[in-house]
Design a protein around this ligand. Structure first.
Ligand code: ATP
Length: 350
């Protein structure tokens, strides 16, 4: 297969399993994000792919060739890590050309490549600048140019934009994505920022507890989270305790609800129903039809572009996010009716 194949990779530190039996296929040219909370094993998995850490078990192959025991300097993957700073005493150009010099390229070759790379990261003509004279965003662009200098087969980035302010971070995300598409380079980015992962990746590997909890396109993960961990981690979700009656029917309090058909029959009669706040339709009138529950409004927050409404439904807090034009204009304490479209109601594994 062309691309990166990670098979049953495990890494323990003492008794702690940092990465637990992870398998993943990343096709050539794809942009994948490892997304998960602090300590879930993202960096350790990335370091094993880079060759900076060796797996306790399992294997890693690139384009069909086993590279599990190959050292990092032979893999030559491009890396931008938060801690991998630029050389402060070298100029921008010298930083970018660093690996080319080690490779033995002559001055003319190096200059041509540096010019090309600095144009690519939108810093043309900056090669003489001292690194200390650059802004945070410019430094990250130099780090990206330096990592791409040797045309690496795989590009690895670990929280590369976490030190930048929100606006610059978004600009850099767009720039990196456009650059990656242009170069068609297989790229893995580690982040705990779900917005970053959603906006950049072809595929997201959601990690929790050293395991891949779900792997798929951003939209498929958002629309159909595999379990409560993923539903909680990606976006906002209402998670309601339900009793399973059959593969498409549940009971929530006194309400019988139809849900998206479960692919596997629930093993327990108690389960969790997940529905996104923006999928709930709020109405003032009763008799709104099937799959409706009623609730008392406990809190309303008008954000301008949307209205967030919290309701008490059968003792549970349920959040509904409504577009201003659809907002019925009720007040705290009012009873409202929530229609839960059945295909948006998913019963999750715990
Ligand atoms: P963060 O987002 O905070 O960087 P992460 O998901 O990247 O977290 P890792 O850095 O991969 O997580 O760490 C996973 C687990 O392994 C953590 O519990 C961490 O403390 C542990 N760990 C990582 N490296 C080592 C090490 N060299 N020695 C011992 N334990 C380690």
């Amino acid at each position: 297969m062309f691309g990166l194949e990670i098979s049953k990779v495990t890494k323990a530190f003492g008794a702690h399993l940092a990465v637990d039996d992870v398998s993943l296929s990343i096709p050539q040219g794809e942009f994948v994000c490892f997304l998960g909370p602090s300590g879930c094993g993202k960096t350790t998995l990335m370091r094993m792919i880079a060759g900076l850490e060796s797996p306790g078990e399992g294997s890693i192959a690139l384009n069909g060739r086993d590279i599990t025991r190959q050292p990092a300097n032979v893999r030559k993957f491009g890396m931008v890590f938060q801690s991998l700073a630029l050389f402060p005493h070298l100029s921008v150009g010298e930083n970018v050309a660093f690996s080319l010099r080690l490779q033995g390229q002559d001055a003319r070759q190096r200059k041509a490549r540096v010019d090309e790379l600095l144009t690519l990261v939108r810093l043309p003509g900056m090669e003489k600048r001292a690194v200390s004279q650059l802004s945070g965003g410019q430094r990250q662009r130099v780090a990206i140019a330096r990592a791409l200098a040797q045309e690496p087969p795989v590009f690895l980035l670990d929280e590369p934009f976490s030190a930048l302010d929100a606006k610059l971070r978004e600009e850099m995300q767009i720039e990196l994505r456009l650059l990656q598409k242009r170069l068609q380079i297989t790229t893995i980015l580690v982040t705990h920022d779900q917005r970053e992962a959603m906006s950049m990746a072809d595929s997201i590997a959601v990690m929790g507890d050293g395991k891949i909890q779900q792997y798929g396109s951003p939209l498929s993960i958002y629309r159909a989270p595999a379990n409560t961990f993923v539903a909680n981690f990606i976006g906002l979700s209402n998670l309601l305790p339900v009793e399973v009656l059959d593969h498409e029917t549940v009971r929530f309090g006194a309400n019988i609800l139809k849900v998206a058909p479960m692919s596997q029959p629930a093993t327990a009669s108690l389960a969790t129903l997940s529905i996104r706040p923006e999928d709930i339709q709020l109405t003032a009138a009763n008799g709104a039809g099937d799959n409706t529950v009623s609730g008392r409004i406990t809190f309303i927050r008008d954000m301008g572009s949307s209205v967030e409404v919290h309701l008490d439904c059968d003792g549970r807090d349920v959040l509904s996010v409504v577009q201003p034009r659809d907002w019925m204009g009720a007040g705290t304490g009012d009873i409202a009716h929530l229609r839960l479209p059945r295909n948006q109601c998913r019963v999750l594994a715990a």
